[in-house]
Design a binder for this molecule. Structure first.
Ligand code: HEM
Length: 209
């Protein structure tokens, strides 16, 4: 067989392509690590000047003190943003985003949610996300974008003045940042419970198969 003919072959024979490609698995686990560091150090930063009537117990925060927590937060921020951009660029340019997350409709989400509650939602095809998953994953992506943008508005309120104004000023940007964090933590809790209920998906997210 000529080299030329080989080059025309698909990278994986039909049916053997990984369910979750390597770039997706790497960016997913790097993202999980970055989110963990950002949330735990964020709680320590919040504790230095709480905006609500409570603080986080110091033992579940990261950084030890405000300065240490800021160092963790800013280090993980680069990881989160660069990794997130790689994920988005690959997902969009390969067409995977469109294939995996769409179509998506209110009726479809309701139908799949009701089927899940009745225990009738099939998990047989790991290549296919049901509409509740699609909505939840798209929510996580959008929520992470809001976290990054509100973080920029708090970090550099002068340089990102327009962003800060869009979020109602510095104090409101802090509230937006906090609420987006709380929603992301809520997503992660539900996400991990779902993985425990369908553990096969975890193997796929580690090995690709
Ligand atoms: C900490 C923050 C986390 C975030 C923001 C997050 C977000 C996401 C997103 C957006 C997807 C879909 C990715 C895509 O297909 O493009 C996904 C898939 C997945 N995640 Fe996470 N994740 C997190 C942590 C975790 C953890 C701790 C676990 C394991 C316990 C986990 C296990 C999985 C699995 C197994 C899938 C694939 C689900 C399936 O194939 O049905 N994730 N995650």
């Amino acid at each position: 067989m000529s080299l030329h003919a080989n080059a025309a072959l698909p990278p994986h024979p039909a049916g053997t392509a990984p369910v979750q490609p390597a770039w997706l698995r790497i960016t997913h686990w790097v993202n999980a690590l970055a989110v963990l560091v950002m949330v735990l150090s964020g709680w320590r930063i919040y504790d230095a000047s709480p905006i609500f009537n409570f603080s986080f117990p110091a033992r579940i925060t990261l950084g030890g003190w405000l300065g240490g927590a800021l160092l963790w937060h800013f280090a993980a921020m680069w990881l989160l943003v660069v990794n997130g951009l790689v994920y988005l660029a690959w997902n969009l340019s390969s067409g995977r985003m469109r294939r995996r997350f769409f179509p998506l409709s209110a009726g479809g989400v309701l139908r799949d949610a009701l089927a899940a509650l009745r225990g009738k939602l099939s998990h047989a095809d790991a290549r296919h996300y049901n509409q509740v998953q699609r909505l939840a994953y798209l929510f996580a992506v959008v929520d992470l974008a809001v976290l990054v943008l509100s973080g920029l508005a708090i970090w550099k309120p002068v340089q990102f003045g327009a962003l800060s104004a869009l979020m109602g000023g510095f104090d409101n940007s802090r509230v937006v940042h906090f609420v987006a964090m709380a929603l992301l933590v809520g997503f992660v809790v539900v996400h991990v419970v779902m993985v425990v209920l369908v553990p096969r998906t975890l193997r796929t997210m580690i090995t690709g198969r």
